[in-house]
Design a protein around this ligand. Sequence first.
Ligand code: SAM
Length: 277
Amino acid sequence: MLSYQHGFHAGGFADVHKHTALCLLLDHLLRKPAPFCVIDSHAGRGRYDLTAPQAEKTGEWRHGIGRLTDTAPSSDGLRRYLEIVRGFNVATGMQVYPGSPMIAARMMRPTDRLILVEGHPAEHAALIREVRGDPRIHVHRRDSFEALPALVPPEERRGLVLIDPSYEIKSEYERMPGVIEAVLRRWANGIIAIWYPILPELRHEPLLAGIEALSQPTLIAELTGPDPERGLSGTGLVVINPPWQFDEHLAAAGTEMATLLFGDAGRHAQWISEAAA
Ligand SMILES: C[S@@+](CC[C@H](N)C(=O)[O-])C[C@H]1O[C@@H](n2cnc3c(N)ncnc32)[C@H](O)[C@@H]1O
């Protein structure tokens, strides 16, 4: 039974990191005219109301997107991300936060496709309402980890898998490398982006060790800074088969967001996995 609801955390600093990387990856895919497919395995409800009780209760967005609202970033990644988020708030100030499905849908072309998987009944129902009528988007209500190997490779043979679990079940950290291995067996050159939280207990370490053991070209990026509300000390991203120059673009955006979000206490670090280096 899933209980996590992203509405409490939407627009927080972890979303800024993850969604900036998502924009950079999509921009890379958009460089070629051939259609691509995005598989978003933990989709959430797609769009979040920052004035709703959930967002008000934690106020996390105020320490994330709220700190960027009036800035004019110089890095391509952060500029693009803000352009997309602002596009959902033209007449309203900062009231709406787009989740990963709506960011992808906004950036994709008519020929690209988006496959969404969401298992929480209420989040799934909201997601269906959000994307209804868009012929590019297909929504599945099923277990993400079971669905993933079955959904690849997409017919386009180009694209991205975004894996953004809530890690409600602690064994998900250990389970992830096996799922990734199954995905890579069927789609060796797909881009796979995985988000993980950095908690004081460092639960993500088995996940990173398992992924490094796959010996696939892999970039790991971490943004750290204080976040008293949630006890998170940071947010991490693993990108398998990163596109050319993605590392440079993410480094520029990451350094800039660390400063804008956390001042001198912020830090963005990234490295290539040792096994693949
Ligand atoms: C962190 S939220 C997703 C946020 C979204 N990717 C975004 O960036 O806007 C994780 C979502 O995954 C869903 N979820 C968690 N475990 C799942 C599973 N095993 N199968 C299907 N959905 C799952 C949760 O219900 C939740 O909506």
